[in-house]
Write a protein that binds this ligand. Structure first.
Ligand SMILES: Cc1cc2nc3c(=O)[nH]c(=O)nc-3n(C[C@H](O)[C@H](O)[C@H](O)COP(=O)(O)OP(=O)(O)OC[C@H]3O[C@@H](n4cnc5c(N)ncnc54)[C@H](O)[C@@H]3O)c2cc1C
Length: 380
C-alpha cells in the first residue's frame, strides 16, 4: 500500500486518535493545531467502555498510560434532587470490563491529551498553526493556513472542534446554537468531601427541571472529585472553557436540592463556566478528499457524556476506512460516514433529550460498540 499524506486540522482528542491509528497503518500524518502548546485547560473527560476499548486497540502504551492517572468509577448512579432516592445503579468497573471488554475511565482532559501526544511519531503536531479553509480541485487538495500558506495532502481531516473552520469552508458558515444552559465545573480534593456517599462512582443528581443537574465522578486516581452542574441563562456571548464563575450564584440555584447534593457544591470553591452549544445532525460530513470528525461533525451536549467518546470512535473507524481503500479516498470517506452518521446523530439527539439512564435502561448499544470491528461497506 502506498502511504497517503494526511493533514489533520486540530490536535484535540479526535485529531490525535486519528493520527495514531493512521500512523500505525503506515500513513504520513501531520496535525496542525492552533494553540501554541497543550495547557491544563478543561477538566474532565469521561471515557465510557466504548471509547476505552477503541483507545486500547491503538496498542502501545496508551492503555497503560491512561490507567496511571484515570479513575475507574464503580457504578453509574442516578439520584433524585428532592429525597435523594436512587432510580438506577449500573455496575461499571470490573462488570463493564467483563461485559464490554473495557472499563469506564474518568480522566483529566490534559492527562488524556498527554497520553495521546506521547504515542505520536515525534514532530507530528505543528503547534501555533491555524487553518482557515480548504481548497480542492479534481487533482489536488490543500489546507489553507491563516499565514497564507497551503498544505497539500491526499486526505484532509477537520478535527477542529465545535467552531470548525473546515466545516464552514466545506458546508457554509452557521453558528452553533446556545442551548440556554451554562455548565459549571470544579475539581475538589476528595478529602474535602468526607462523609459524602458514592464518591467512587459516577453519580447524576436529576433536578425538577432539565436545566438543573449535578454530576460527580472521581478523577486523578480517585484523589480528586469532579463536580459538574448546569444553570439556565437567557443569553451567552463569551467563548472559553475557563471563565471564572461565582460559586454563590451556583449554590443559590440549588438551594432546594437534597442536602447531600448541596454538600457537593458547598465543597467547591473555584468554579469555571462555559456555555453549552449544539448543532443539528448533518446530512453529510465529506466533500472530495476532505472530511470532518468529532465535534466538528456532530457537537453534542454532555448529558450522555459521549462528546470525546464519539470523536475517538470516529477516529478509529476513519483510519480503518482510509486504510481499506487508499486508492479511492472519496469512497473511503463515504464508507466512514455511512458507518458513523446514524449512531452519532442518535447520540446527539439522545443527549439533548437528557433522559439517559434516568430510570435505568440498557446501555449496551452505546457502551458495547466496538469501533475496531464494526462493519464497513465493502470498499476494497
Ligand atoms: C480547551 C478545551 C477544553 C475542554 N474542556 C472540556 C471539559 O472540561 N469537559 C468536557 O466535557 N469537554 C471539554 N471539551 C470538549 C471535549 O474535549 C470535546 O467535546 C471532545 O473532546 C471532542 O473532541 P474533538 O477532538 O472533536 O474536538 P476538541 O477537543 O474541541 O479539539 C479541537 C482542536 O482543534 C483545535 N482547533 C480549533 N480550530 C482550529 C483551527 N482553525 N486551526 C487549527 N486548530 C484548530 C483546537 O485548539 C483543539 O485543540 C474541551 C475542549 C477544548 C478545546
Amino acid at each position: 500500500m502506498k502511504p497517503l499524506r494526511i493533514a489533520i486540522v486540530g490536535g484535540g482528542v479526535g485529531g490525535m486518535t486519528a493520527a495514531i491509528a493512521l500512523q500505525a497503518k503506515g500513513h504520513d500524518v501531520s496535525i496542525f493545531e492552533r494553540t501554541s502548546a497543550f495547557g491544563r485547560v478543561g477538566a474532565d473527560v469521561n471515557l465510557t467502555p466504548n471509547a476505552v476499548h477503541a483507545l486500547d486497540g491503538l496498542g502501545g502504551q496508551i492503555g497503560a498510560r491512561l490507567r496511571e492517572t484515570a479513575a475507574r468509577p464503580e457504578y453509574r448512579i442516578s439520584r433524585m434532587w428532592d429525597d435523594g432516592r436512587e432510580t438506577s445503579r449500573l455496575p461499571m468497573s470490573a462488570a463493564a470490563e467483563e461485559k464490554y471488554g473495557a472499563p469506564q475511565l474518568t480522566i483529566h482532559r490534559a492527562d488524556l491529551l498527554a497520553a495521546l501526544e506521547a504515542a505520536l511519531i515525534p514532530g507530528t503536531i505543528r503547534f501555533g498553526v491555524a487553518a482557515q479553509g480548504v481548497t480542492q480541485t479534481p487533482a489536488s487538495a490543500a489546507i489553507d493556513l491563516e499565514d497564507g500558506s497551503q498544505i497539500q495532502a491526499d486526505v484532509l481531516i477537520g478535527a477542529d472542534g465545535i467552531h470548525s473552520v473546515l466545516r464552514s469552508a466545506m458546508f457554509g458558515a452557521d453558528a452553533p446554537r446556545f442551548t440556554g444552559l451554562v455548565s459549571w465545573r470544579a475539581v475538589v480534593p476528595r478529602a474535602a468531601l468526607d462523609g459524602i456517599a458514592n464518591l467512587d462512582s459516577f453519580t447524576k443528581w436529576w433536578g425538577p427541571d432539565p436545566a438543573r443537574q449535578i454530576v460527580t465522578f472521581p478523577l486523578t486516581g480517585g484523589r480528586e472529585v469532579f463536580v459538574f452542574a448546569t444553570t439556565p441563562q437567557s443569553d451567552w456571548q463569551t467563548e472559553g472553557w475557563t471563565l471564572p464563575g461565582d460559586i454563590g450564584v451556583l449554590r443559590a440555584a440549588y438551594q432546594d436540592f437534597h442536602p447531600e447534593a448541596r454538600a457537593l457544591l458547598d465543597a467547591c470553591h473555584a468554579v469555571t463556566r462555559s456555555a453549552l452549544h449544539v448543532r443539528d445532525p448533518m446530512p453529510s460530513w465529506s466533500q472530495g478528499r476532505a472530511t470532518l470528525l468529532g465535534d466538528a461533525a456532530h457537537p453534542m451536549v454532555p448529558f450522555m457524556a459521549q462528546g470525546a467518546c464519539m470523536a475517538i470512535e470516529d477516529a478509529v473507524v476513519l483510519a480503518r476506512a482510509i486504510s481499506g481503500s487508499p486508492g479511492d479516498v472519496p469512497a473511503a470517506l463515504g464508507a466512514y460516514e455511512d458507518a458513523r452518521r446514524d449512531r452519532t446523530a442518535e447520540i446527539q439527539r439522545g443527549s439533548l433529550a437528557n433522559e439517559w439512564l434516568k430510570e435505568g435502561g440498557n446501555a449496551d448499544w452505546v457502551y458495547g460498540y466496538h469501533a475496531w470491528t464494526v462493519p464497513l461497506a465493502d470498499i476494497g
